[in-house]
Design a protein around this ligand. Structure first.
Ligand code: PA5
Length: 424
C-alpha cells in the first residue's frame, strides 16, 4: 500500500508543522500497544497481535465448522458487521452470485426489513438444511440494538424449529455481561467477548470480524499479521497515516465539507461503506465533521462525477486503486465499437486508463485529491488499509479535538426507538 498526497493542496511544510502536534499522542499509542492496554479508548490497536484472541476464535471455528457448512447467518448492524462485510465482499462475497458452488457463504442480516426477512425465511425453509449446513452468529457490542435483537429472535426460532441440537450451530459475540451475553449464557449458547473499550467501528479485528471471516474461509492469521505490520509501520518510521490525518484536517480548514472515497474495484464498495461509518461516526460531533461519501469507478463516472467536477468545490477526493488485475483480455477483433486502441488490451489496462483519466480531469478542474495505491485486492491488503484508516481516524480526532470513539447521537435514536416500542 502506498499513499500519495502531491495533489492534496496541502504543502509539505504545513504537514511537517502539524506532525509535531501529534508526536505526544503517537507516543501514547505506542505505549498502549507495548502494554497491551485494552483499558484505553485506543485499545483496538492491541487486537492485531493478540494471540489469545486468535486461538480462541480458531478453536470456536473448528467446533462450528462441519464439512457440509454452506451458510453463516451473520446478524448485526453498523460496526458489528460493516468490517466483516468489507473483507468478505473484497475477497469473495462480491462474486457470490457468480460462484454458485463456492461455500461457505455469509448471509448478512442488518436492518429490519420485512420483505427481505420473509424472503430469507422462505429460502431457509426451502433449502431443507441438515445439521451442520448452517450456523448463525449474533453480534452486538451493546447487546441491546433493536434491529439485531429482532433479526436474532426470528433466526433463533427458525433454528429451534429445524434442529434438535440448534445450540451447536449458534454463536453470540458481545460485551461480557451485556443483556445479550447473559441471555446467551443462560441458554447455553457459545459466546465470544468483545473487549469493553473496543467500539463497533474499531472492532473488525476482534471476534466481531475474525470469527465469521475465518468460518467462511478467510485466512485470519494472515490478515492479522498484515494489519499488525502496518500498525507498527504507521506508528514507527512511516508517516503516511499521520500525513493522511493532517491532510484531511487541513481540508476542513479550507472549507471542504465532503471527503469522497473513490474506489476503482467494484468489490471494494463495502469497504467504502465501512470507511464511511468510521469517518462519519468518528468525526461527526460537537457541530464538526467531514461527510464521507463512496464512489465506485467506473460506475459513478456516469452518475455523480459531473457534480463533483462541475459543482461546488467543497470536496476532497481519495482515489483508491490497484494495478493488479485478473488476466482478462479483450478479443483482437473490434467488431462492435469504434473506440480505438481497446482491441487485444487487458480489462485491467482499460480500467487503469479510466482511472488515470479521471485523476487528470480532477487535476484540470483544480480539485484536491490523494491517492491510495493497493498492491492487490486481497484480505491482507484490505486489512492493512483498514488498520491504516483506523489509526488515521484516531489522529484526525486528536487534531479536531473531539472524542473519536463515541457516538452519542446514535445512542439517542436507539433510546427513542426503545421508548416508542415500549409505549405501544
Ligand atoms: O460504531 C458503532 O458503535 C455503532 O454503529 C454500532 O456498531 C451499531 O449501532 C450497532 O451497535 P451494537 O453493536 O451495540 O449492536
Amino acid at each position: 500500500m502506498k499513499c500519495v498526497y502531491d495533489n492534496s493542496g496541502i504543502s509539505k511544510q504545513t504537514i511537517n508543522q502539524r506532525k509535531m502536534e501529534l508526536s505526544h499522542y503517537i507516543e501514547g499509542l505506542r505505549e498502549i500497544i507495548k502494554e497491551r492496554d485494552y483499558s484505553k479508548d485506543e485499545g483496538s490497536l492491541c487486537l492485531v497481535d493478540d494471540t489469545n484472541l486468535l486461538e480462541e476464535v480458531i478453536k470456536l471455528v473448528e467446533k462450528k465448522r462441519s464439512k457440509n457448512l454452506k451458510y453463516i447467518i451473520n446478524i448485526g448492524i453498523g460496526g458489528s458487521y460493516l468490517g466483516t462485510k468489507a473483507i468478505y465482499d473484497a475477497t469473495r462475497g462480491a462474486f457470490d452470485l457468480l460462484q454458485k458452488e463456492r461455500y461457505p457463504k455469509l448471509i448478512f442480516l442488518d436492518t429490519t426489513d420485512a420483505e427481505y426477512m420473509s424472503q430469507f425465511i422462505s429460502f431457509f425453509k426451502k433449502e431443507n438444511f441438515v445439521p451442520g449446513d448452517v450456523v448463525f452468529n449474533i453480534i452486538s457490542k451493546s447487546g441491546g440494538t433493536t434491529e439485531t435483537a429482532v433479526n436474532g429472535e426470528v433466526v433463533l426460532q427458525l433454528f429451534k424449529d429445524s434442529f434438535e441440537n440448534w445450540k451447536e450451530y449458534a454463536v453470540v459475540t458481545t460485551d461480557k455481561d451485556s443483556p445479550l451475553w447473559n441471555s446467551a449464557t443462560s441458554l447455553g449458547i457459545d459466546t465470544l467477548e468483545i473487549p469493553k473499550k473496543v467500539g463497533g467501528r474499531y472492532s473488525v479485528f476482534s471476534a466481531v470480524g475474525l470469527f465469521p471471516l475465518a468460518l467462511s474461509g478467510v485466512d485470519i492469521k494472515a490478515i492479522m499479521e498484515s494489519a499488525s505490520s502496518i500498525r507498527d509501520r504507521c506508528l514507527g518510521d512511516d508517516d503516511s497515516a499521520i500525513e493522511s490525518a493532517i491532510v484531511l484536517f487541513e481540508q476542513m480548514g479550507k472549507g471542504i465539507a465532503i471527503n469522497d472515497n473513490f474506489y476503482f474495484h467494484i468489490e471494494l464498495e463495502s469497504l467504502g461503506k465501512w470507511y464511511r461509518q468510521l469517518m462519519g461516526e468518528s468525526t461527526g460531533k460537537d457541530g464538526k465533521g467531514l461527510t464521507p461519501t463512496v464512489s465506485m469507478g467506473s460506475v459513478d463516472l456516469h452518475s455523480v462525477v459531473q457534480l463533483y467536477l462541475g459543482g461546488p468545490k467543497n470536496k476532497y477526493t481519495s482515489f483508491i486503486y490497484t494495478n493488479t488485475f485478473q488476466n482478462c483480455t479483450l478479443p483482437k477483433l473490434n467488431m462492435l465499437s469504434h473506440i480505438k486502441g481497446i482491441e487485444g488490451k487487458s480489462m485491467g489496462d482499460i480500467m487503469m486508463a479510466i482511472q488515470q483519466g479521471t485523476m487528470k480531469a480532477y487535476e484540470k478542474m483544480g480539485l484536491p485529491y490523494s491517492e491510495i495505491f493497493l498492491d492487490e485486492v486481497s484480505g491482507e491488503e484490505i486489512a492493512s488499509y483498514m488498520q491504516f484508516k483506523m489509526i488515521e481516524m484516531m489522529l484526525l480526532g486528536k487534531l479536531m479535538e473531539i472524542n473519536t470513539f463515541d457516538q452519542p447521537q446514535v445512542e439517542l435514536y436507539k433510546m427513542e426507538t426503545r421508548k416508542i416500542l415500549a409505549e405501544k
